[in-house]
Design a protein around this ligand. Sequence first.
Ligand SMILES: Nc1ncnc2c1ncn2[C@@H]1O[C@H](COP(=O)(O)OP(=O)(O)OP(=O)(O)O)[C@@H](O)[C@H]1O
Ligand SMILES: [Mg+2]
Length: 357
Amino acid sequence: MARPFSNNGSYHRRDQILAVDLGSRTTKAVHLQRRGNNFRLARFAVLDAPIFDSVLTPEMLAEHLRAVSQALGAKTRQVALTTSVNDGLVRHVELPRLPVDEMRLVLKHNSRNYLQQDLANYVFDCHFLPPGTPANGPDGGKAPGVAKQKVLVAGGRRQLVDDYVQAAKSAGLVAEFIAPGLIGPVNAFEMTFPDIFANEVVALVDIGFKSSSICILQQGELVLSRVVNIGGDRLTAAVAEAISISYAEAEGIKVGMANEVEAVLESVLAPLATELRASLDFYEHQQDRHVAQVFLTGGSARSEFIVQALQTGLMTETKTWNPTAFLQMELPPQQAAEIERLAAQMAVAVGTAVAAL
Ligand SMILES: Nc1ncnc2c1ncn2[C@@H]1O[C@H](COP(=O)(O)OP(=O)(O)OP(=O)(O)O)[C@@H](O)[C@H]1O
Ligand SMILES: [Mg+2]
């Protein structure tokens, strides 16, 4: 399971958590409880993000988290938060074999060396990849004295993490766990389709607001991730421009009558598919392996038209999936009726919650 970069200093098991996916357009939140090996969904909430086009101040975030906590009727104060694809870093690195705490320090002091960027103001966490994963170098990392290990590193700016912790506190919550949103769908996918996760090569694509992400999973390992700067916002803006209507009207048409604006949506979805296909091609050529299926999440994946158009462009079996399917439903009746319709949009929140428990 992919790791966070801030885990409140401990890896103890919790029995319940609120997870808040701070999307750039829509906040998705869940309240998950653990009972033995089972996970229960007690409540969820979907709220507009406080602002769409600039950075949240800690005060605005605190006020927003208060609203989220209220919407969840929260019975716990422990919360897991996500960072956006542009704030959080997820990378595979070869590191000397060391305990995690020492690895974090090595990364902090040598980020230029290991991550090709100066990231002195970042906090990190490390997840060891399975022992079979080859380490780098022609000797497979077996040279005496420099044993290496392949590690999935997640990082976030220390200031952002501090702001999140402070905002949660002001909202009466405790930020127990902070992770890059990018790895949320990976964790939810592992729970939903354990066999496919363990044995196949698949791509998880999350279509967000300003951007979309692709993660290629090879037998349980995250081998490639990329961000493409096209998302639901571009689709709505294109509709608004093409037929000279307001953004809000265009949003309504996109969500309710996509077939009436097919050509416009296709003009945005085709370049998105091309970018995603380029990542698949890169992996397939490099590894000489085929990506069997593409699994879509994000708000736009709720649209059958969008899923079909992407499948056409990707030339690979492409489907949406339900990241809440592995959960026992303990929702109030009104929410129970709604969850299936919203499920594709909840992948990051669910995956973050399950990783935190
Ligand atoms: N039924 C639907 N059909 C088409 N598009 C939809 C539908 N429902 C939501 N969307 C679109 O999904 C987008 C929001 O998706 P999502 O909540 O996944 O983004 P986000 O998480 O806020 O963004 P990001 O991940 O980039 O920070 C909006 O552009 C919205 O128009
Ligand atoms: Mg998102």
